[in-house]
Design a protein around this ligand. Structure first.
Ligand code: MLY
Length: 231
């Protein structure tokens, strides 16, 4: 997980044709990212992502910014999943760890071309720069900048997997740099190379605080485990 992505730099590189960031009012996200008071080892109740009718006991095994990595008790790391905040308060994590979900926007305010941050549902550890490619009724098509389309998805405008530009960094959660392949990318010589690219320095060290073990395990997550809306 990389943590040196810089939106200002990226938008400057994309130039004036790139869409503007989608306004915060488009999103079902708190104006100010909530602080995360969960501790590692805290237990709580959560819906089983593979079996949404079941509520299970899960433990917090990692945290980064507002997100939790949860493991169902009695399960192994292949079933880990992520939540922004969890719905039901259990007996173990103190009740004040749980945050009320923010209000939904009144309707779909998104417009095509707007920029946003989105969770890669196939690799739910990653939050990435993305573009609204299409808007249809209550849904938007989220397309990941610099990737061929395999990770793109439709979601509702009030989906909790999408965030305003800059939100995740303010929340203490790193945004990944775009891939190198998209048509909306600038010319190859102008590709986004990271904040410190002009200095010619070596890539900055990974500095996320989700452990390496978590990062290694994340590609094994089934897409469905990350698709359920948080909170
Ligand atoms: N190793 C994977 C990771 C892809 C991640 C794409 N996201 C960030 C949009 C791959 O190259 O397929």
């Amino acid at each position: 997980i990389q943590s040196d992505f810089d939106w200002d730099e990226y938008l400057r590189l994309l130039g004036p044709e790139a869409g503007d960031p989608a306004p915060a009012a488009c999103f079902k996200q708190a104006a100010e990212p909530p602080s995360n008071h969960f501790q590692l080892g805290h237990r709580l109740e959560s819906r089983d992502p593979r079996n949404p009718d079941n509520t299970c006991i899960a433990s917090v095994i990692d945290r980064l910014g507002p997100r939790l990595r949860l493991r169902l008790d009695g399960s192994d790391d292949r079933n880990d999943f992520f939540r922004l905040k969890v719905k039901a308060a259990g007996n173990f994590a103190p009740a004040d760890c749980f945050v009320r979900p923010p209000a939904s926007p009144a309707k779909n305010f998104f417009a095509g071309g707007q920029k946003l941050e989105a969770i890669d549902r196939k690799n739910p550890l990653f939050v990435c720069p993305a573009t609204v490619k299409e808007v249809r009724q209550d849904r938007i098509f989220v397309s990941f900048d610099g990737w061929r389309g395999a990770f793109d998805y439709w979601c509702r405008y009030d989906c909790r997997d999408i965030f305003p530009v800059g939100w995740c960094q303010r929340a203490g959660y790193p945004v990944q740099p775009p891939g190198n392949r998209a048509p909306q990318q600038p010319q190859p010589q102008q590709r986004y190379r990271g904040k410190h690219a002009s200095g010619g320095s070596s890539p900055s060290p990974n500095s996320g605080t989700f452990s390496d073990k978590s990062a290694a395990a994340s590609p094994q997550l089934p897409a469905s485990s990350a698709a359920a809306p948080a909170a």
